[in-house]
Design a protein around this ligand. Structure first.
Ligand code: ATP
Ligand code: MG
Length: 267
């Protein structure tokens, strides 16, 4: 939370902990030796440019991709390479890059898909009201196919679908992708409200360092698959490397060359 300026690691065990995680796609090592912690109640962020390995970190946490090395611990349990559905049941939801809503299902049915493992019908109904409260446009569009929503509305739906699982922790993959600055700001404000009002812990990965550093408590900088820096976001915002490279105007990163957006053929 915003009052959290120092990390007292002795206070309580982290909610999520990665230790020396390495994940690869065939011969391509995407992340190496990644260790990070997310504390209960905070918004943590991983900043990095294209291809740095941000999405790979989230896929490894949520069980979509099994790591070659290292471990992932969530709420004191080892969840390394566990089935993704079981990880969701333990209270960890993933909002994937590019939203991936079900385009031919209605908005309402997309939301129900987020709650498919739950048995508490009253709780599901309450959470449906809760997400409609955060994103009133989704109530207006409840019966429409999700494929007809704008990019920003689909992002709202993807976040809401994750909330419908009643998670303790949400992994949020580049919510700003392809959105106008105004919409990005709106969505970030609601993400912060969800964190503050519901106490939902959030791990956010972003290229938009400005938004991410303002919204988050603690940050990691990822370059070429490695964490090269970590600190409170208040302090990261003041660092010259971060100001010059991630918030502006320089050609090289904390370590090495900047990698520019290449068109992705895989998803
Ligand atoms: N399915 C895949 N098959 C092969 N290589 C992949 C695959 N997905 C990612 N990679 C490679 O792994 C590395 C890390 O990719 P990743 O998608 O995690 O980066 P990212 O930080 O999320 O980038 P972006 O900001 O573009 O989303 C890159 O070199 C990428 O080319
Ligand atoms: Mg990505």
């Amino acid at each position: 939370m915003s009052t959290l300026t120092e990390r007292d690691d002795s206070a309580q065990p982290p909610m999520l902990q990665l230790l020396n995680v390495e994940s690869a796609y065939g011969p391509i090592k995407a992340i190496r030796g990644v260790s990070l912690k997310v504390r209960r109640g905070e918004i943590a962020t991983v900043l990095g440019s294209n291809g740095a390995g941000k999405t790979t970190i989230l896929k490894t946490i949520s069980g979509i991709l099994d790591p070659r090395k290292g471990s992932v611990e969530f709420q004191g349990k080892d969840i390394t390479a566990l089935d993704p559905a079981l990880i969701v049941q333990q209270g960890l939801s993933h909002v994937p890059e590019g939203r991936e809503v079900f385009p031919l299902l209605s908005v309402h049915d997309n939301l129900l898909m987020g709650a498919y493992t739950r048995k508490d019908r009253d709780g599901v109904a309450r959470d449906m009201e809760m997400v409609y409260g955060y994103f009133p446009i989704l109530r207006e569009r409840a019966q429409q196919d999700a494929g007809l929503l704008s990019g920003g509305q689909q992002q709202m739906l993807a976040i809401s679908r994750a909330l419908m699982a009643n998670p303790d922790l949400i992994l949020l993959d580049e919510p700003s992708l392809g959105l106008s600055p105004k919409l990005t700001k709106e969505i970030f404000e609601i993400v912060v409200r969800i964190n503050r009002e519901r106490g939902t812990t959030i791990l956010l990965v972003e290229q938009n360092a400005n938004m991410a550093l303002n919204a988050s408590d603690y940050g990691y900088v990822l370059e070429n698959g490695r964490i090269v820096m970590e600190d409170t976001c208040a302090r990261l915002r003041e660092k010259e490397d971060i100001k010059e490279f991630y918030l502006g105007m320089k050609e090289t990163g904390v370590r090495g060359e900047r990698r520019w957006k290449k068109k992705k053929t895989w998803r």
